[in-house]
Design a protein around this ligand. Structure first.
Ligand code: HEC
Ligand code: HEC
Ligand code: HEC
Ligand code: HEC
Length: 149
């Protein structure tokens, strides 16, 4: 009987580990397309922004860790396969007007500034080396149409 109980215990534990592994795996899969609309801003002043996530990674050949990071001692220790947190999990300063007047440490936490820095800096660099590039750099190219609710 004792042995039976132990076996049951072990298989329950194994099933649990298996389930946790699957859950963790699911959270690391790169989505094809993302509409970025942070919950930090319940009402947007601009339209939500489309990111062709898979195209960026595969067609434009941008390494995952160019955009995803977890810093330890100033080094990015995030690697492909690790869980991905939303940007706002860390960049949770939500000012969208006068954000450039925040102190430097607050600017690094400001969600609007870091999204703009990550997307626009790379697009500007891309345009320098590829004149016919379609990488958007103007407001309306990323925030099309009328403002969203
Ligand atoms: C050009 C930048 C960029 C590249 C390259 C990139 N990602 Fe992302 N990824 C993002 C952004 C931005 C989000 C949305 C984050 C948010 O909403 O806060 C995201 C979201 C995700 C999510 C979903 C997170 C969630 O909560 O829904 C996963 C998983 C993910 N990326 C994995 C990957 C993997 C794996 C790669 C490499 C194959 C990769 N990403 C390449 C920018 C990028
Ligand atoms: C686990 C926490 C965490 C997550 C998640 C995270 N970041 Fe960061 N990010 C940081 C830290 C910490 C720094 C470094 C700040 C410093 O240099 O002191 C940083 C720096 C940056 C910088 C440079 C800021 C500057 O002014 O130098 C950008 C741009 C940026 N992150 C964009 C993003 C984007 C976009 C996402 C989502 C795809 C994201 N981050 C997700 C923690 C995070
Ligand atoms: C590290 C570089 C890099 C980063 C970071 C990046 N992009 Fe791009 N993006 C590109 C390149 C390269 C292209 C393709 C340009 C071309 O050759 O036409 C592109 C094209 C685009 C396009 C037009 C074509 C398409 O696939 O839809 C959109 C929209 C776009 N990016 C949105 C974003 C957004 C939103 C972010 C930030 C969340 C972002 N990008 C971050 C490099 C980058
Ligand atoms: C390369 C793409 C890109 C460009 C160009 C760009 N943005 Fe954004 N912007 C983003 C992303 C991504 C977010 C985060 C989207 C979200 O969560 O709704 C954002 C967020 C914002 C927000 C905060 C959310 C809201 O809707 O109130 C404002 C305001 C904003 N942008 C204004 C601008 C203005 C003004 C310009 C032109 C000077 C501009 N953006 C250019 C990508 C871009």
């Amino acid at each position: 009987m004792r042995k039976g109980k132990l076996t049951t215990c072990l298989s329950v534990a194994a099933a649990f580990v298996f389930a946790v592994t699957i859950l963790a795996f699911a959270a690391t899969q790169a989505p094809d397309d993302i509409t970025i609309k942070s919950a930090l801003w319940p009402t947007l002043t601009k339209a939500p922004v489309a990111l062709t996530h898979k195209k960026h990674a595969e067609d434009y050949k941008i390494a995952c860790d160019k955009c995803h990071h977890v810093f330890k001692d100033g080094k990015n220790v995030w690697k492909k396969g690790d869980e991905v947190q939303k940007c706002e999990a860390c960049h949770n300063e939500k000012t969208i007007q006068g954000e450039k007047k925040l102190p430097p440490d607050q600017q690094k936490l400001n969600l609007k500034l870091v999204f703009h820095k990550q997307c626009i800096d790379c697009h500007k660099d891309t345009k320098k080396s590829k004149a016919d590039s379609k990488a958007p750099v103007t407001c309306a190219q990323c925030h099309p149409g009328a403002k969203a609710e």
